[in-house]
Design a binder for this molecule. Structure first.
Ligand code: ZN
Length: 231
């Protein structure tokens, strides 16, 4: 053989790429005719896919990859948007369900019971007609000198089906003779007497239930009720 295998190995890629002189090509071809090892290498080189084809395939993939990247970003934003909307919706719903801002009138409340314990204190149990939990209220002094129990409900509240159970009602207690105060609260001064107690919207007696007035017959508390209010 004219050339050692090492020299042919150096030339093989050039022959394959058609980047050598005709003399070099001839030398390689002559060598390969007698050398199965170098022939095998040349055949392998010729069998490998053209780099240009690989680049072409990669180029075909590129727009798909770009599109996929764009879609990925799009879906990320859509996901974030949905998460934000859900958060806002939940917050809004919670506020509408919990912020007690709508005054309740005579059609929204019901007096469940009224009775007097042995110490002279009158107790009024009442409830709203909504699916609310126990709500906090207080007696306010109206400009007409009457007592008003103003009750407020959240904007979102479902009307409750009767009959009304006495397991989540509200109640007020007051001394009708001498003082009109929460028994455990001195907020309204020591002795503010009133003749009437309304449940509903303050200073709007038309929109209220008259729960108690001076001279009204009030049943005596049962033993159980006496026990409940005994300190
Ligand atoms: Zn060889």
């Amino acid at each position: 053989m004219k050339y050692p295998c090492g020299v042919i190995h150096d030339l093989l890629p050039l022959v394959h790429d058609d980047a050598c002189s005709p003399e070099s090509r001839r030398a390689v071809e002559e060598h390969c005719a007698d050398c199965p090892d170098c022939k095998k290498l040349l055949d392998e080189l010729n069998a490998a896919p053209e780099p240009s084809e690989m680049v072409k395939e990669a180029n075909q993939l590129l727009p798909i990859l770009k599109k996929w990247n764009r879609e990925k970003k799009k879906y990320l934003w859509i996901g974030l948007g949905i998460a934000l909307l859900l958060t806002l919706a939940y917050t809004g719903y919670s506020v509408l369900r919990s912020w007690k801002c709508v005054p309740m009138g005579k059609d929204d409340v019901v007096v469940l019971d009224i009775y007097q314990t042995a110490d002279g204190i009158v107790h009024i149990d009442y409830d709203d007609l909504y699916d609310l939990n126990f709500y906090s209220t207080s007696i306010e002094l109206g400009s007409d000198g009457c007592g008003y129990i103003s009750a407020y409900r959240p904007i979102l509240a479902r009307r409750k089906e009767g009959p009304y159970h006495r397991n989540s009602y509200a109640g007020v207690s007051f001394d009708p003779e001498s003082a009109f105060v929460w028994l455990d609260d001195e907020l309204y001064g020591p002795h503010v007497s009133v003749d009437k107690v309304y449940i509903g919207i303050k200073d709007d007696p038309e929109n209220c239930i008259l729960a108690w007035e001076k001279g009204m017959e009030v049943r005596a508390a049962t033993e159980e009720e006496e026990e409940f209010y005994r300190y």
